[in-house]
Design a protein around this ligand. Structure first.
Ligand SMILES: [Zn+2]
Ligand SMILES: [Zn+2]
Length: 225
């Protein structure tokens, strides 16, 4: 793949100055998947005699996660907010410069750092959001609902990470040959067009909220997608 001189220079500088010297991409990937799976398995094993109505937590938590993904990406990652400037910096000013519409692919293990959430943020998410949410829901509703909410939310997060990683896979990867995945990846590719990134395709996973809010951009999709 040919990179523009700007992107090539940005990538070289990023790898040198933003990625830690002992950073391991596969290690980062393993931590993301391992920590998420551990929480999911822990929650599922603790479920006890789930009532029919309690199972509704799964679709509700799924939709809540889809909406959070959309709102967070649209209004925090692409708009500078007081106290959350680092999120904007890491996403709009780094992720979107590292990957542009025609330069979507990861080249090496160190590049995983530009796609995956930093481990410290994952630990923060689990401790500052999911843990209090678990206790609040368990107190208000039931332990089963709280466990299903956390398991679904963390599974959604892992799904997000895997999909986003896949959308930035190397050219010729098997992912590009799976019809459904290919079409969703194309939506994210369009989101990486500089003129579109603050306007359309904010769902990295399933474009449900984009469709609801009228920001789904399907134009120019390749005919075979
Ligand atoms: Zn991306
Ligand atoms: Zn974005």
């Amino acid at each position: 793949m040919d990179f523009t001189p700007e992107t090539a220079a940005f990538r070289a500088d990023y790898r040198k100055n933003k990625v830690g010297r002992i950073y391991s991409g596969p290690g980062h990937f393993a931590f993301t998947a391992g920590a998420s799976l551990a929480v999911i398995v822990f929650c599922v094993l603790r479920l006890d005699n789930v009532q029919p109505l309690e199972w509704l937590t799964i679709p509700l938590a799924f939709f809540y996660s889809n909406l959070s993904e959309y709102l967070g990406h649209r209004f925090v990652m692409h708009k500078k907010r007081p106290g959350l400037g680092l999120v904007y910096e890491r996403h709009t000013r780094q992720h979107h410069r590292f990957f542009t519409e025609n330069e979507m692919a990861l080249e090496q293990g160190r590049d995983y750092f530009a796609v995956l959430f930093p481990p410290v943020l994952i630990v923060f998410f689990l401790g500052a959001f999911f843990l209090p949410a678990y206790f609040l829901i368990a107190w208000l509703l039931s332990a089963n609902v709280a466990l299903l909410f956390v398991a679904t939310g963390v599974a959604y997060f892992l799904n997000y990470e895997l999909f986003h990683f896949a959308w930035h896979a190397k050219e010729g990867s098997w992912i590009h040959r799976v019809p459904g995945l290919k079409a969703m990846g194309e939506l994210h590719r369009r989101h990486h067009r500089p003129g579109l990134m603050a306007k359309a395709n904010f769902n990295i996973t399933y474009p449900i909220s984009d469709w609801l809010f009228g920001t789904l951009d399907l134009k120019d999709r390749k005919p075979d997608a």
